[in-house]
Design a protein around this ligand. Structure first.
Ligand SMILES: [Zn+2]
Length: 174
């Protein structure tokens, strides 16, 4: 704790100094010297920085939608003929673009584009379309098919070659 000295008598002031006006001067003094003063002075209030309202305002937090795809594994891919499937399913259900738009809360123009293949829906919309149309639009990514080619000899030697080799060797020994 900082100990102040009386600005009049030089003694240490324990506790808060008394702000006394002595002969026109604002001094921090001890309680004894304070009696010599003609009054009290108040410290100037700290000049408050008046920030402009625009500066005070918190930066606008971007409205982060709660990720609706959280439950959907991100590895899912959209089927290739998605637009075709959507159109077929919608028509088989007797729904118009408007009906589908209302159910999926999607713009009709978007749905039309999707059906015509001009646009690919995101996974969220694809999921909505799935639920609405009761179809499957997302599939696990197609794994690279293991190319099995019987005629290829990747290692140069097949089991058959080895057997033939042994047979020949045996023949040679006898
Ligand atoms: Zn004093």
């Amino acid at each position: 704790m900082l100990l102040l000295q009386c600005e009049v008598c030089g003694r240490q002031i324990f506790g808060a100094p008394i702000r006394a006006v002595i002969e026109g001067a604002n001094l921090n003094v001890c309680d004894k010297c304070a009696k010599l003063g003609s009054g009290h002075w108040e410290p100037k209030p700290q000049p408050r920085r008046r920030a402009k309202p625009s500066m005070v305002r918190q930066p606008v937090q971007p409205f982060t939608k709660r990720k609706q795809t959280a439950t959907v594994p991100e590895t899912l891919e959209l089927v290739e003929n998605l637009g075709q499937l959507v159109r077929q399913a919608r028509e088989s259900l007797g729904m118009s673009h408007d009906d589908l738009g209302k159910k999926t809360r999607e713009r009709v123009s978007v749905l039309r584009k999707i059906e015509s293949g001009k646009m690919v829906p995101d996974l969220v919309l694809a999921e909505k379309l799935e639920h609405t149309l009761k179809i499957k639009l997302r599939v696990p990514p197609s794994e690279p098919k293991a190319q099995f080619n019987a005629s290829s000899k990747p290692h140069g030697t097949t089991l058959g070659d080895l057997i033939q080799f042994k047979v020949k060797k045996r023949e040679a020994e006898t």
